[in-house]
Structure formats: C-alpha cells, structure tokens
Design a protein around this ligand. Structure first.
Ligand code: ZN
Length: 252
C-alpha cells in the first residue's frame, strides 16, 4: 500500500522538473478521488463542508458480509463529539460522499487489527464475499464527477519523454475533469472487479502475496511468483474470500 504513496511523491517531484512538463502521475490519474464530508451540528443544524482527496479506502470486514457491505459500513453516518462554531453545541453527525470518482477504486481490507489483550497486530481470517460489481451511486453526491477517460497518448508521451515538450495553449491538464451532467449518479457509479491481491499466511510477519487479475481478453490469471494459471472469475472470487487484502474495481 505504501508503494502508491511513494509513486505519488515521485510523480510530484517529476512534475516540478521543467524538462518533463507533461508528466501525468499514474496514481493520481487512475486511483485518486474526492470525498465530500458534511458535518451537521445536532443542536442548530449548522454545517461545515470539507473536500479531501484520497487514493484508496480502508474498509472493515463485516461478519458474513460482502465488499458492498464493507463499503456501505464505511459510508454510514457517524456521530462525533465536536464543538459547533455557531452555537457551541457538542454533538454533530458526519456524512461522507464521493464528489469525484476514480478510474479504479482501490479498497484495502483491514485484515490486520491491533489486539489489545495480545499486544500485537493479528490477522483476521474472516470470509469476505467478493462482489463482482459495486455501485457507488448511493454514496455519491447528486452530480458526482465521473473519472476522466483514459488517454493512452498522454500516458505514453509521459513515459517516453526525453526532451522538453510545450503543451499547446488552451490544452487541459490532468486536474481538469469533465462534468457529470444530468446522468443519474447511480448510472455513472458502476464498477467491476479487475484484480485481487491476497495475503496467504497467519500473521503480518509471515506469509506470501499472490495476485489475480483480468487480462485484456477478459481472462482471469492467477500470479504466484513464477506460476501463472488461468482461472474462472467465480473460482477466484470464492477462493480469495478469506485472504483478499487489496481489491481493484474498474469504472465502466
Ligand atoms: Zn450548532
């Protein structure tokens, strides 16, 4: 997980390099999204609205639940003890929603929890029903911004660039997004599973990581070091239920 933050830092450094003016950070382009957080005072109804950028969502395991259940739990309104700037009230409720959507939603399943009694991180082996599809519509603002379509030309020029290239005047950069228009947010918020990274082992200090991914021909391939095998999607989702650690869902 730390790798995507390292890549973002490297990307930010490359953007500052005057010789690489068109570099598009792949983490930012593919994984970043914004959440709007609305805090409402329980006494006077006064609201504080904030928008924050994220690259992944850490979700809890819901006993007997699916990925959609874990996601729904993440977005459940919560109560907070905080002093209201308008009336001095001490209680507020907080609701978070997607303001913009990522091309690929990365979910980190919280399988490593600190156990107070044992004084260490322990791995949760709970079964997770890996949903093949996700809908973020109910967790999105009405006019949520969909992800910008993939621009392979931009990406290849970023990766192969050796000399200074000036952008034509009036061209847009990666931070500009097209508007959602009047398409309902549920129709714009459909995702399908494209990759699963699993931790095989009983603790955080021991084990092995394997990954299962869709290739360009809609085949699922399982990667275990130098062993690559083709598998049916339903078998992958069932087999990885008690060990999935990272889940990648592509916008469609
Ligand atoms: Zn208040």
């Amino acid at each position: 997980m730390a790798l995507i933050y390292v890549l973002k830092e490297e990307g930010a450094a490359l953007k500052k390099n005057e010789a690489i003016v068109t570099f598009n950070c792949p983490v930012q382009a593919n994984f970043d999204f914004e959440l709007e957080s609305v805090r409402t005072c329980n006494s006077c109804g006064g609201q504080v609205i904030r928008t924050e950028s994220f690259s992944c969502l850490p979700v809890d395991l819901v006993p007997g639940g699916s990925v959609q259940d874990s996601l729904d739990q993440y977005f459940k309104p919560c109560e907070l003890e905080v002093r209201c700037q308008y009336c001095g009230g001490q209680q507020a409720s907080v609701v978070q929603k997607f303001q913009s959507l990522p091309r690929v939603l990365l979910l980190q399943v919280k399988r490593f929890n600190y156990n107070v009694r044992r004084g260490k991180l322990v791995k949760l082996q709970d079964q997770l029903k890996i949903s093949p599809d996700l809908n973020l519509g109910t967790h999105s603002v009405t006019k949520v911004q969909p992800p910008r379509p993939m621009n392979w030309q931009d990406l290849s020029s970023s990766l192969s660039q050796r000399a200074q290239i000036h952008k034509p005047s009036g061209s847009s950069d990666e931070t500009s997004r097209h508007q959602g228009g009047d398409v309902p947010s549920t129709a714009r918020s459909q995702y399908k599973i494209s990759s699963v990274v699993s931790h095989i082992g009983s603790s955080i200090n021991h084990g092995h990581y394997v990954s299962d991914s869709l290739d360009g021909s809609d085949r699922w391939l399982s990667f275990d070091d130098d062993i690559v095998q083709e598998r049916a999607q339903e078998k992958v989702l069932q087999k990885r239920g008690d060990r999935a650690y990272l889940l990648f869902y592509e916008h469609r």
